[in-house]
Design a protein around this ligand. Sequence first.
Ligand SMILES: C[S@@+](CC[C@H](N)C(=O)[O-])C[C@H]1O[C@@H](n2cnc3c(N)ncnc32)[C@H](O)[C@@H]1O
Length: 289
Amino acid sequence: MRKTDFEDLKAFIESRIGIVLREEHSKTLENRLLPILRRNQIDGMSNLVTQLIRDPDSELAIDAIDVITTRETFFFRDESPFNALAERVFPIFSQTRERTRPLRVWSCATSTGQEAYSVAMTADQILRQSWDGDLDILGTDVSNYAVEKARQAAYSQIDVQRTVPARIMVRYFEKNKSRWQLQRGIRSQVRFRQFNLLDDFALLGDFDIIFCRNVLSTFSEAKRADVLDRLAQRLAPDGILVLGTLETLIGYQGDFKPVKGARGFYTLADPAEVLPDLNLHMNRKRNAG
Ligand SMILES: C[S@@+](CC[C@H](N)C(=O)[O-])C[C@H]1O[C@@H](n2cnc3c(N)ncnc32)[C@H](O)[C@@H]1O
């Protein structure tokens, strides 16, 4: 790809979805875009980029975004966030939340659904023991392809075997030809929709927990700060934001504070109030009662 085409494509992608393309990936990008050129009989990369810029919401642009985004994900990715959900967040939230409204979780760059379904399986095992209110899990991603795959919930042997413990596999998956299909019970607990993090969040409502992992580190600093500020407006004051375990908020001036002992977890209020030590919390409740 010519340098000028790469620069134009880079500007287009950043303004359309926030991701900053890196020049060392230029050849890979070109390889991913070539089938789109052929399919649409477009003569050369310059013409493709011109068409994308001319009509950023076209089918062509949607196809280009689908191939440019990196969708790597795993069930129970990094393990520790799901352990923290099971051991601290769900037991505390089931005590502190009103049952009159649903507990709402948003996986906002969910890729092919593994993150949102991992939340659903964790909730099914832990939260359901102490919470009889509604649970609403929303998975969104800018990639139409990813959202369609997430809805299908049919995964390869490698996808499942890599990180799903055997007892979870037996409990929640069924073999369907060469794929592993998540059981209807878990699938029905998660809604998916296509959604761009650069769009207005207001129509999605408010959340108790927001997973935003392994996406903002690919954004420009300004777009990352903007998304974080807008996520803060949608998060309950005593809610939790979960970033990737290797991501940091260095350089971000907003209100999120890291939770000690739960890597990647952030709160707006004092973390010790949102996620108090579970034993202390139970003792305090017992003494008060
Ligand atoms: C590397 S995957 C991370 C998936 C999952 N959160 C995880 O940590 O396993 C990044 C996802 O972010 C999505 N993405 C990139 N830009 C986005 C945007 N502007 N709005 C919503 N999703 C976006 C991509 O399509 C991709 O599926």
